[in-house]
Design a protein around this ligand. Structure first.
Ligand code: GUE
Length: 289
């Protein structure tokens, strides 16, 4: 293996220590940052993620509130729950775990969240602000990837970043954040012809396509920095990414593993956004009570 391993676990832990200290300060002032997670139904994967988020927020000293709703919950009842949390001064971040059951309109739900408590950064107001470079809550996965690049001193300005995947949660915002940092950005997706001809040009290759070990040696330029956002189970139920790690590690200059790469950073940035929301509420005298 030639590539340096970019550990989201250890960089995430560094940032979580910084978050913990700021949480302590807030608590001394009488404000406890609160994160509410709404989970609809009992999808197994969602359960695992939600438990992870709860554990992490409690470890950071925050309050975590889990709202579990049955899969049969109506859209109106869900919106009502969100509204209650919007008004609750002890809650600074609201996250509705996606995906939602088919009978519920995801867009409607996301738009119901107070943009100031939208710690996922999914609300159209926050997405719009992000695109024109105004301060907003940033989608946690792309935000975490930016932190990984920054903390490993990976140059971004002038580099060619190629993104595989164009979801609203990862691919699209990822490109915008890199563009703001003066990268040249190329988006690829499932309809892209001759994918390798694009990915092979990447100085920074970000893969969020949801296909187990799809990106192999033939897709990667010597010395590229490779970020694997994939979160798949292989035939043995083992967690693995969209990148064939064993192949690509010999070509890339740096690479993120799965697990232990992007995943822990996503949760870290969720905590960071929640902390920021609590600090803002505290400054304006609206925390707790
Ligand atoms: N409203 C909403 N916000 C989300 O942020 C959101 C969501 N819905 N729906 C599902 C996806 C998925 N997601 C993950 C976060 C962390 C890990 C993570 O920490 N993974 C560990 C491994 C965990 C394990 O072992 O299963 C790792 O990569 O090392 C994984 C997945 C957030 N999501």
């Amino acid at each position: 293996m030639n590539a340096k391993l970019i550990s989201g676990t250890s960089i995430g832990n560094e940032i979580r220590e910084e978050i913990k200290e700021r949480v302590l300060k807030l608590k001394e002032g009488g404000c406890v940052p609160g994160l509410a997670v709404i989970l609809v139904g009992d999808n197994q994967a969602s359960h695992t993620y939600v438990r992870n988020k709860e554990k992490s927020s409690v470890a950071a000293g925050m309050k975590s509130e889990l709202v579990r709703l049955p899969v049969s919950v109506s859209e109106d009842e869900l919106l009502e729950q969100i509204n209650k949390l919007n008004l609750d001064q002890t809650i600074h971040g609201i996250l509705v775990q996606l995906p939602l059951p088919n009978h519920i309109d995801e867009n409607l739900v996301i738009q119901a969240i107070d943009p100031d408590k939208d710690v996922d950064g999914f609300h159209p107001i926050n997405v719009g602000k992000m695109i024109i470079g105004q301060r907003s809550y940033l989608s946690c996965t792309p935000y975490g990837i930016i932190k990984l690049l920054e903390r490993t001193n990976t140059p971004i300005s002038g580099q060619h970043a190629v993104i595989v995947g164009r979801s609203n949660i990862v691919g699209k915002p990822m490109g915008q954040l890199l563009l703001q940092r003066d990268a040249t950005v190329t988006y690829c997706h499932s309809k892209t012809k001759d994918l390798a001809s694009f990915t092979k040009q990447a100085d920074i290759l970000i893969v969020a396509m949801g296909q187990t070990k799809f990106i192999g040696a033939e897709h990667v330029k010597e010395g590229a920095v490779v970020i694997d956002v994939g979160m798949n189970r292989d035939e043995n139920g083992k967690l693995c990414g969209d990148v064939d790690f064993d192949e690509v590690k010999n070509i890339a200059s740096a690479i993120t593993p799965v697990p232990g790469g992007v995943g822990p950073m996503t949760i870290t940035m969720l905590l960071k956004n929640t902390l920021h929301s609590a600090e803002t509420a505290f400054k304006s005298g609206n925390c707790c009570e």
